[in-house]
Design a protein around this ligand. Structure first.
Ligand code: AMP
Length: 419
């Protein structure tokens, strides 16, 4: 039997209802605040990700699903959505009428990471991006949206972690100090960090290997290197979060694995997920629109991992049971034909209807209705048809009423309107 590819998964009925609820709640919240949906494609030219995420990041170095299409052009299954949204914003000049635009997008991402609990090779994200404003209030607002969404989805024990990565003016000075520190520090760095030290030293900060953590304990802190503008931007983010009564932790190690971030970065973490503890992450990426060939327009955004969110949401499958409102139980050829017509008409009128076509006995049909948790059963037998009426049974009260054949759909509709 052919199995799933390692690191991939099916989202099955029973689970998918929670996903739909998460997506619906997110859409509702974003649309309240003027975000519009955008749907970029899943495949893009590899160069888009190499240039935006950064050549020396784990994602671009070793995690992308890249292949050449028939024209030998390198294309990649998107590992994240921001680059595509930015490309789209530039390509369609979405800034022309008003540079301030807010978008959200929902869909699958692909990274060839080592599979483990909470980490998949195809996973799903909800992204939100705000273009055209440099204001720290945008950063605070994005964190507010995350916290609000998680509370609507009954996610327990979340914590907002924030940091500032500075800007192209102040970050190089910090990088220099960090490289100096790393070359003189005693202790051993893991092989990844030895490489990062040369190519992307900021990433050493968030390495989880204990020996690297020990080395980094005495490392310089970015906070001490922020220029006055970055420093006041960060203060304003903190002050706004306080005003909104959103608790946060300043996390000096939060550098995130993508090169395009400037100033604020943030993550929503939870104690529930073990090692893969981030449910959402994001930050400001003021230079990215320009770097990808657009005008100099600042932006900020975040990505939520739906897979992880579904795992920790306090809501569960039973909250979304979709039992039929009505189960149509027909016996005999003529009754089945008529009942089929009614079942289609009921479904068309928005009543959740189920019918069994297998020609079971009444006993078998009632058993099935029970198993499906149907609220009511419409019993359509040859005898009832001859009498010109059918029976409606309330499965909870066991009460049975007779409905004239001419009024079946109408009578049931009226009943559900009353409920
Ligand atoms: P990132 O795009 O790396 O900033 O990640 C944003 C969010 O996406 C994370 O906080 C996770 O919730 C989720 N995520 C990232 N990578 C994976 C993965 N391999 N499997 C499942 N969720 C992921």
């Amino acid at each position: 039997m052919i199995q799933l590819i390692r690191g991939f998964k099916d989202i099955l009925p029973g689970e998918v209802e929670l996903w739909q609820h998460i997506e619906k709640t997110a859409r509702g919240l974003f649309e309240n605040f003027g975000f519009r949906e955008i749907r970029p494609p899943i495949l893009e030219y590899t160069e888009l990700f190499a240039r935006s995420i950064g050549q020396d990041t784990d994602i671009v170095e070793k995690e992308m699903y890249t292949f050449s299409d028939r024209k030998e052009e390198l294309i990649t299954l998107r590992p994240e959505a921001t680059a595509s949204v930015v490309r789209s914003y530039i390509q369609h000049k979405l800034y022309a009428k008003d540079p301030v635009r807010k978008f959200y997008t929902i869909g699958p991402m692909f990274r060839r990471e080592r599979p483990q609990k909470g980490r998949y090779r195809q996973f799903y994200q909800i992204n939100a991006e705000v273009f055209g404003s440099e204001s720290p209030l945008v950063d605070a607002h994005l964190i507010f949206l995350l916290v609000t969404l998680f509370s609507r989805l009954s996610v327990p024990d979340t914590e907002a972690h924030i940091n500032s990565l500075g800007c192209p003016i102040c970050r190089p000075k910090f990088k220099e100090a960090l490289v100096d520190y790393l070359s003189s520090a005693t202790g051993t760095l893991c092989s990844d960090c030895l490489r990062r030290r040369e190519r992307n030293p900021l990433r050493v900060l968030d390495c989880k290997v204990p020996s690297c953590r020990e080395v980094m304990a005495g490392a310089p802190s970015l906070a001490d290197f922020l220029c006055p503008e970055c420093s006041s931007h960060f203060s304003m983010v903190k002050e706004s979060l306080e005003r909104l009564q959103i608790p946060f932790v300043i996390d000096k190690r939060l550098v995130r694995g993508l090169d395009y971030y400037t100033r604020t970065t943030f993550e929503i973490q939870t104690t529930f997920l073990g090692a893969q503890n981030a449910v959402a992450g994001g930050g400001r990426y003021d230079g990215l629109v320009k770097a990808l060939g657009g005008p100099d327009i600042p932006a900020a955004g975040f990505a939520i991992g739906i897979d992880r969110l579904a795992e920790i949401s306090g809501l569960n499958k039973n909250d979304f049971e979709a039992n039929p409102d009505i189960f149509v139980a027909a016996m005999g050829e003529e009754s089945t034909k008529k009942a089929f017509e009614w079942s289609c008409a009921l479904g068309r009128e928005g009543i959740r209807t189920e019918m069994d076509f297998s020609g079971k006995s009444l006993k078998g049909l009632m058993k099935r209705a029970d198993k499906l948790g149907a609220a009511r059963v419409l019993i359509v037998g040859e005898k009832e048809m001859q009498d010109g009426s059918v029976i409606l049974r309330n499965m909870a009260t066991k009460e049975q009423t007779s409905i004239p054949m001419a009024r079946v759909v109408q009578a049931i509709q009226e009943l559900f309107k009353k409920d």
